[in-house]
Design a protein around this ligand. Structure first.
Ligand code: FES
Length: 174
């Protein structure tokens, strides 16, 4: 009988000005990191909203990495600080619905930090490998436990949505 080995899928939202360039640099320097990561370039992590992280987890990602500029180095002044607040908010939300918050992580990185980025990706892949597949995945056959989680998620998202979208629009803390 063939046993399937779980290979985590990680979505990495990388800021164009820093992490995306450092991923490029890692390639040039031949620094290797696991192929489990799918990089999505974003103009600034400040553009990312809670909904993006949850959608990634629902649509097949087992973990989400947000990689933004160093604090004080964001090209849009406070975009990375907004992202940090949203990531922390979403981590709390995940914990509330019984999903490991380690599935979402943020790092601050400069364009020259190819090695730290590769190390972060490697560490995240190992962490998620230990946690197993995301229970939020829509494509998975849902166990009764994950159905309870889904309905709780919807309820939480509905109750938090107004507040969250308002905060995102005005770029204030959540
Ligand atoms: Fe890089 Fe804002 S420009 S996080």
């Amino acid at each position: 009988m063939k046993t399937e080995v779980f290979e985590p899928k990680i979505v990495a939202f990388c800021c164009h000005y820093c992490a995306y360039s450092s991923a490029d640099l890692a390639g040039v320097m031949r620094i290797q990191y696991p192929p489990n990561v799918r990089i999505i370039r974003t103009p600034c992590t400040g553009r990312l909203e809670t909904e993006y992280f949850m959608k990634a987890l629902e649509n097949g990602a087992d973990g989400v990495l947000v990689a933004g500029c160093l604090e004080g180095g964001c090209h849009f002044v406070e975009g990375n600080l907004c992202a940090k607040r949203r990531v922390n908010y979403t981590r709390d939300l995940l914990e509330e619905i019984g999903i490991e918050k380690e599935r979402l992580r943020m790092v601050n990185i400069s364009a020259a930090m190819a090695r730290p980025l590769a190390d972060t990706i490697t560490d995240m892949v190992e962490t998620i490998r230990k946690l197993g597949p995301s229970p939020l995945r829509k494509s998975e056959v849902q166990s009764p436990k994950s159905e309870v989680r889904s309905s709780k998620l919807e309820t939480t998202a509905k109750s938090e949505n107004g507040k969250n979208l308002q905060a995102v629009g005005s770029h204030t803390a959540q």
